[in-house]
Design a protein around this ligand. Structure first.
Ligand code: UGA
Ligand code: MN
Length: 318
């Protein structure tokens, strides 16, 4: 009788384990996750997300429905920006995206010698933790045919992180891209360097790691140009701890080679070590939108409008 009971229990438990591993996982039926704020539990969740191709639903629940958001690893978002007619429009869009992301530090770094008051106001109004820093482009690079755009800004952001952060993840978010909230969820558990596709870029339309049978097998990008990491700035995130272990990592003032130069400076690190996100790079969660450049607006007729609201509005537009 005892033997029969043993066999019965073994069969039932075995079937349950089989069902969990091979059926539920294949079907991607979400397994409920409860967060109690423990870091080792976050590590486990991170591994689950990294391993499963379709971690989005689970990721969203962890990042947005959790009551213990402050236990999530912080995200340091480095945004270079500069004064132009579109600046406030671009930053408004990005601010309203980041307002939906928990535990975020927004490092907004102007390519300017003075802080733009409208930018300060926008940051205050967004209610996000922020730093409003300045990093003008060195004169020698200005007005060159191909300028290294946003490099002094990003290096300033990196040095801020080196002196203020100990954990979490950093991401270079240019002010003119379009971001799906999922990407902020997924990058949050980056262990070293994670990557994903960027849409609307180069003649190929998309830039992405190539994934074959679930494994990294190269890069798809319209401009390889001898780069070891032919990727866009919007297509990768780096763990803060990993950065801190590489005290010399920085971005070079070399137009077109900023991403490659920075990623190479994280050595030792090889392309086959990249953590592949966005469902094994099969989704586009970031778009290199590039806003249409507007002409500077015509000077204001101050006699007619100098003492009206139009005088205030015009200042926003440069
Ligand atoms: C592409 C890449 O997406 C950038 O990450 C890269 O820095 C750039 O090329 C490059 O190789 O120079 P693209 O759309 O051509 O970007 O450049 P922008 O969006 O005009 O500039 C990138 C970032 O730098 C933006 O956040 C922008 O606000 C800032 N920027 C641009 C400055 O801070 N100063 C400038 O004079 C121009
Ligand atoms: Mn851009």
């Amino acid at each position: 009788m005892r033997l029969i009971l043993k066999i019965y229990i073994t069969v039932v438990v075995g079937t349950a384990v089989f069902l969990y591993q091979y059926v539920f996982k294949q079907l991607h039926i979400p397994v409920p996750i409860t967060l109690n704020g423990e870091h080792d539990q976050l590590e486990t969740i991170a591994q689950q997300i990294a391993q499963s191709g379709l971690g989005n639903t689970r990721c969203k629940r962890i990042c947005f429905d959790s009551s213990s958001n402050s236990d999530l690893p912080p995200l340091y978002i480095i945004t270079p920006t500069y004064r132009r007619a579109e600046q406030i429009a671009e930053l408004t869009r990005l601010a309203h995206t980041l307002m939906l992301v928990p535990n975020v530090y927004w490092l907004v770094i102007e390519d300017a010698s003075k802080r733009t008051p409208f930018v300060t106001q926008l940051l205050e109004d967004a209610g996000i933790r922020y730093e409003h820093l300045l990093a003008p482009m060195p004169d020698e690079y200005k007005n060159k045919k191909s300028m290294p755009k946003g490099v002094s800004n990003r290096n300033k952001g990196l040095s801020w992180i080196r002196s203020h952060a100990t954990e979490g993840v950093l991401y270079f978010a240019d002010d003119d891209n379009t971001y799906d909230l999922d990407i902020f969820c997924q990058m949050r558990f980056t262990k070293r360097v994670s990557m994903w596709p960027v849409g609307l870029i180069t003649k190929l339309g998309v830039s992405s790691p190539v994934v074959k049978n679930g494994v990294f097998s190269g890069f798809y990008d319209g401009w390889i140009a001898g780069r070891k990491f032919p990727v866009d700035m919007a297509g990768f995130a780096v763990s803060v701890r990993f950065l801190l272990q590489r005290p010399n990592a920085s971005m070079p003032f070399r137009a077109g080679y900023e991403e490659d130069g920075f990623l190479r400076s994280l050595h030792p690190f090889e392309p086959n070590e990249i953590e592949l996100l966005a469902s094994n790079c099969s989704k586009i969660l970031v778009w290199h939108t590039q806003t249409k450049k507007n002409q500077p607006s015509q000077p204001l007729d101050v006699v007619k409008y100098g003492s009206t609201n139009i005088a205030i509005l015009k200042q926003l537009l440069v």
